[in-house]
Design a protein around this ligand. Structure first.
Ligand SMILES: [Zn+2]
Length: 201
């Protein structure tokens, strides 16, 4: 998924929510640069991102049951590709790999989600989205749950379950959709009339 900055490109200032000051943004940029260096030194490379129109983005993915070096290399490559593309998340089909693998790199937090399954969706949130595979001119509002539960495996195959809300829940939904051949533009909705978020019921 594209960053909030890119996601908001198409929309006017009134609709842009910036809760990040310049100092914080600078600190984050430095952290991203340093993470890019670390991943590069560790041998990660960037992969080409598949663009809208390629059928691979519409294909279904297979469950991962191998948790070894080839997976770890792929995860590191996906993370480097995400950071270098100024994104916050990437799903394996976006680099033409039809497996249930997602990475998320959001405000200093990193998630490697293997075989992710969403459950227990609560509330709703309407906000703009963008995607590294879709031109930013097609950015649009999408309704997502405000909060969800996610079960997934890590790079070693260990199972985890966690609760996520707000923007992180949105990124997770966007990326898990990719694993099912669904793009955010399929879920386009009108802008919210008033507030963009609703608290869970
Ligand atoms: Zn996307």
């Amino acid at each position: 998924m594209a960053t909030e900055k890119d996601t908001n490109k198409k929309f006017n200032n009134k609709e842009i929510i910036h809760d990040f000051g310049i100092d914080e943004a600078n600190i984050e940029n430095k952290a991203i640069e340093s993470r890019i260096r670390e991943l590069s030194i560790a041998g990660a490379g960037t992969r080409s991102i598949i663009k809208l129109g390629d059928n691979v983005l519409r294909a279904k993915t297979r469950v991962v049951n191998y948790f070894g070096h080839r997976l770890w290399t792929l995860l590191d490559d996906m993370k480097l590709t995400t950071l270098k593309s100024d994104g916050v998340g990437l799903a394996a089909p976006q680099i033409a790999i039809l497996k249930k693998i997602v990475v998320i790199m959001f405000r200093g937090e990193e998630f490697e989600l293997i075989n992710p399954v969403i459950s227990n969706e609560i509330g709703e949130s309407i906000a703009p989205e963008g995607c590294l595979s879709v031109p930013s001119s097609m950015n649009c509002y999408v309704k997502r749950p405000y909060k969800l539960t996610l079960s997934y495996q890590d790079r070693y195959g260990k199972r985890h379950e966690g609760e996520f809300d707000n923007y992180l829940a949105r990124i997770i939904c966007h990326e898990v959709d990719h694993l099912n051949g669904i793009l955010f533009i399929d879920r386009k909705c009108p802008p919210p009339e008033e507030e963009s978020r609703k608290d869970p019921v």
